[in-house]
Write a protein that binds this ligand. Structure first.
Ligand code: SAM
Ligand code: DTB
Ligand code: SF4
Length: 347
């Protein structure tokens, strides 16, 4: 009797959530909303998993009917020795990790890597600089050359290099840059526990500059850094109330690197990643949701759930910036087993 009663309570709870949630038409009607409230996002993130997956999949299928996945390749052009104190990051000079600062790669070797990435099937080439901000001069001129060269190969080009000025953003746009990656990383509320050397507002300002220059915005975050579910909803709410939404939203799971203050944090439950991806898909229907760092810890089945419920891109290649990523052959098999098509949007 007690069991039946508690089941009924569960069902009522579930129905109540559905009542207060969007109606079916508003999730399939093609409306792109920028006015999400924290309460709404929390409700979605907290839906019974089956309902969340179903709702996310309706949207995912209607916006991406062939379940096409973009393969993006990552290269660290300037590694280590960064002056920022991001507590998750193996490249911060504040953290004693095995990552040693090394001189930046030359234009030619970057373009050789981009060519190889294209030959192995990548469609987008993302280049990272472990900088707090971009400084004008030789290194920035090389960055412009790299962007031009990557675009000439017919690949999308993405740069992540910290804060940026208006004129740098315009010069990158002129060079043909497709996207600039600058993550908010976590909620405004949790942020000060993670980074002290750059404010949330600084990050929003960088995103505004990128947008003003006509470069598409790649902006997401990390889960597994000791944040609450409400923090995750709050991060997603900030992203989904940007107008327009970021064209690209990387969802990372923390890679707990030895020597960082986060080295002892335990891995997230893979279903938490599925929930983040599915919620991002529901509230930002047209954005490319990138299943990013942490895939090695996820397992094939959880990755497939992510791809089914909203992710339409993965980082492809044996390494991310400084940490490992699933091997290319394993990814090819994963995508083939899941029946996914690779999205070639090369011009
Ligand atoms: N310095 C630039 C910046 O911070 O924008 C670019 C490079 S930074 C490494 C790019 C992003 O990688 C970070 O914003 C963060 O979201 C992600 N990242 C870095 N270390 C990570 C880790 N250990 N686990 C998961 N994501 C990480
Ligand atoms: C993003 O959000 N994740 C990628 C990309 N943007 C640049 C980087 C992940 C880095 C993981 C830690 C590392 O390999 O150093
Ligand atoms: Fe790492 Fe980028 Fe933070 Fe530097 S700014 S410590 S590279 S995440």
């Amino acid at each position: 009797m007690t069991i039946i009663n508690s089941n009924i309570r569960e069902i009522k709870k579930t129905n109540k959530k559905e009542d207060s949630f969007l109606d079916f038409n508003s999730i399939t009607g093609g409306d792109i909303r920028h006015d999400w409230s924290l309460k709404e996002v929390k409700e979605i993130l907290d839906l019974p998993l089956m309902d969340l997956l179903w709702r996310a999949q309706i949207i995912h299928r209607s916006y991406n009917p062939g379940y096409k996945v973009q393969l993006a390749s990552l290269l660290s052009v300037k590694t280590g020795g960064c002056s920022e104190d991001c507590s998750y990051c193996p490249q911060s000079a504040h953290n004693e990790t095995k990552v040693e600062p090394v001189p930046a790669l030359q234009v030619k070797s970057v373009l050789d890597r981009a060519k190889a990435a294209k030959e192995s099937g990548a469609d987008r080439f993302c280049m990272g600089w472990a900088w707090r901000e971009i400084k004008d001069g030789k290194a920035f001129d090389s960055m412009l050359e790299m962007v031009k060269g990557v675009r000439e190969l017919g690949l999308e080009a993405c740069v992540t290099a910290g804060m940026i000025t208006d004129s740098q953003a315009f010069r990158l746009a002129e060079a043909g840059l497709t996207a600039y990656n600058h993550n908010l990383d976590t909620s405004p509320e949790h942020y000060s526990k993670i980074i002290s050397t750059r404010t949330y507002q600084d990050r929003l300002e960088t995103l505004r500059r990128v947008r003003m220059a006509g470069i598409t915005v790649c902006c997401g975050g990390i889960i597994g850094m000791g944040e609450s579910i409400s923090d995750r909803a709050s991060l997603l709410k900030v992203l989904a109330t940007l107008d327009p939404h970021p064209e690209s939203v990387p969802i990372n799971a923390l890679v707990a690197v030895q020597g960082t203050p986060m080295e002892d944090l335990s891995s997230i439950d893979p279903l938490e990643m599925v929930r983040m991806v599915a919620t991002a898909r529901i509230i930002m229907p047209k954005s490319r949701i990138r299943l990013s760092a942490g895939r090695k810890q996820l397992g094939r089945e959880a990755q497939i759930l992510c791809l089914q419920s909203g992710a339409d891109s993965i980082f492809y290649g044996d390494t991310l910036l400084t940490t490992g990523n699933p091997e290319v052959d394993a990814d090819r098999k994963l995508l083939a087993d899941a029946g996914m098509k690779v999205n070639f949007c090369q011009e």
